[in-house]
Design a protein around this ligand. Structure first.
Ligand code: XMP
Length: 524
């Protein structure tokens, strides 16, 4: 593809995908390659710039991740970050050793106004440091252009040769002006014009998928969530009817969700593919009857999914590829991201590959962050309410109904949840229209759950003995920690009143104030 490209060379740091993301935010196409990639291959890609990432090694130790000296002689601008900065200086004759003081965290950094890297950046700025080793002496020909109290070479450059090295991490948001620094490199130093957009990603990926898959058959488990839906859209664009999507409706989806997925991807939708919807609700409810223990419920739902999918896969027969909607955070969590260390194993569609007869896995979204995936979805014409959907757990409403799951309880929680989401969205939209900014209380995830508690109430002149609905709403950045969102009381009152009036079997509404930890976001 004839477009400007920046290459990120991965030395195993935790933030490497963020580097690529920042480059893409400059509207420049970017790909990540292992440090083991052949120099000839890199050269053939004709990059406008090369960025060397951080990594866990010490560059002066035998066997450390390295690159060839010729990389710095290609005439292409190179920026080394953290380990990449140390390696560049080390290879070119500088001195790198264990630092007398380990720097970790936000640090004040003094920058030089003469460096293009720091154009439009404050002379005294805050950066994010994380290193044991340091550049004691920059390589010959390099000039120091930034320092901190403990780091004599926080950045250095050899302008003539277009080589730049930064000890801190401009890619993380704690480096307050990091985006500007990276933009200076990508746009001014490398001279990229910034014409790449998500539609180019779509075009590029569709081409790649066609090339890879040829006339092969592909199978995808479609959950109705954002990731698998966008993966389905992309694959459909690339290979049409060679793609079969199996959508297992386990009867634990949100209100009308199953029908909506079918209307988008089914026969009447806009996508060309083979769509198989399996209505397995009854089967699931039967398996779940009488089961109250949360882990047991999760297990049953997971296992049943595999059984249903297996049955469908058998009908289809052998396929060439199994597609998955894996996105970059899944890759990082399961430690599959190039050179970086394992953080925790990922539970997404675990076990599927064991029984489907296929040759290879395709994961067209594995380099994207969630918001980028949503943007791709929009480009493909997937409806906004599907694309901007909140996270929804695999076991679905099964873990939002405390205790035994029954068809009746599913209906109650679906109806209550639909009202709750509708009212919160309406109030948040109104706030945004009136104030010209996003409502500060707008939760990142919000849903209704059904408690297992029944209590006495009065409706009209009659005594009631019905269920209590719990309203959950959290503000969170990473879903690892969360706070209850401060939804305005008036909005909650409207929700309460509508739920109790419109949903049969509910006579009480509670708002869940628990943060995470100690609570979890879901109830079970
Ligand atoms: P918890 O309840 O662990 O939820 O605080 C954190 C985030 O993860 C989602 N979640 C799941 N997602 N399968 C999933 O795909 C699951 O089994 C699952 N359990 C929780 C939850 O919705 C929240 O966004």
């Amino acid at each position: 593809m004839n477009q400007e490209k920046v290459i990120v060379i991965d030395f195993g740091g935790q933030y490497n995908q963020l580097v690529a993301r920042r480059v893409r935010e400059c509207n420049v196409y970017c790909e990540i390659y292992s440090y083991k990639t052949d120099l000839a291959e890199i050269k053939a890609m004709n990059p406008k710039g090369i960025i060397l990432t951080g990594g866990p090694d010490s560059c002066y130790v035998d066997g450390a991740a390295t690159c060839s000296k010729e990389l710095f002689e290609l005439g292409v601008p190179v920026l080394g970050l953290c380990y990449g900065a140390q390696l560049m200086n080390f290879i070119l004759g500088g001195v790198v050793e264990k630092a007398p003081v380990r720097e970790y965290g936000k640090t004040k950094c003094i920058t030089s106004g003469s460096s293009e890297l720091f154009s439009e950046v404050s002379r005294n700025t805050t950066v994010w440091m994380s290193h044991f080793d340091y550049i004691k002496e920059a390589a010959p020909g390099f000039k120091v252009v930034a320092y901190t109290a403990d780091c004599p070479v926080a950045a250095c450059e050899n302008k003539e040769k277009n080589l730049y090295a930064i000890q801190f991490h401009p890619e993380v948001l704690h480096t307050v002006e990091g985006k500007t620094i990276l933009k200076n490199f990508v746009c001014d130093i490398c001279g990229c014009s910034g014409t790449w957009k998500m539609d180019s990603f779509v075009e590029h990926t569709v081409e790649e998928l066609r090339e890879k898959i040829g006339d092969g058959k592909v199978l995808l488990a479609l959950s109705g969530g954002v990731d698998s839906s966008v993966a389905a859209g992309l694959l459909s664009r690339a290979i049409g009817k060679q793609l079969t999507c199996v959508f297992v409706d386990h009867g634990l989806l949100r209100k009308d969700e199953g029908d909506q997925v079918e209307s988008v991807f089914g026969e009447k939708g806009d996508f060309e593919l083979n769509f198989i919807r399996v209505n397995a609700a009854e089967r699931y409810y039967k398996k779940l009857a009488g089961v109250e223990e949360p882990e047991r419920k999760r297990k049953i739902i997971g296992e049943e999914f595999i059984r249903v999918f297996e049955e469908e896969a058998k009908k289809i027969g052998a396929v060439d590829y199994l597609a998955q909607g894996t996105i970059y955070p899944d890759v990082v969590e399961s430690g599959l991201g190039g050179e970086s260390a394992v953080i925790k194993s990922h539970h997404n569609v675990g076990g599927l590959p064991d029984f489907v007869d296929f040759k290879e896995i395709v994961e067209p979204l594995r380099n994207l962050f969630k918001d980028e995936v949503r943007e791709v979805g929009r480009q493909l014409g997937i409806p906004e309410d599907l694309v901007s959907r909140q996270p929804f757990p695999g076991p679905g409403l099964g873990i939002r109904i405390i205790g035994e799951v029954t068809a009746e309880k599913v209906k109650i929680v679906q109806d209550a949840d639909a009202i709750y989401r509708e009212e919160v969205d309406k109030a948040a939209d109104l706030y945004e229209k009136t104030n010209g900014k996003k409502a500060p209380w707008k939760p990142d995830q919000y849903f209704a759950a059904l408690t297992n508690m029944r209590s006495v109430g009065v409706m009209g002149d009659e005594r009631t003995y019905d269920y209590a609905v719990a309203l959950r709403a959290v503000k969170t950045v990473d879903f690892m920690t969360a706070e209850a969102a401060e939804i305005p009381f008036a909005v909650l009152q409207t929700v309460m009143s509508r739920i109790i009036n419109e949903v049969r079997g509910v006579n009480r509404c509670m708002y869940d104030l628990t943060s995470k930890p100690p609570g979890t976001i879901e109830m079970e």
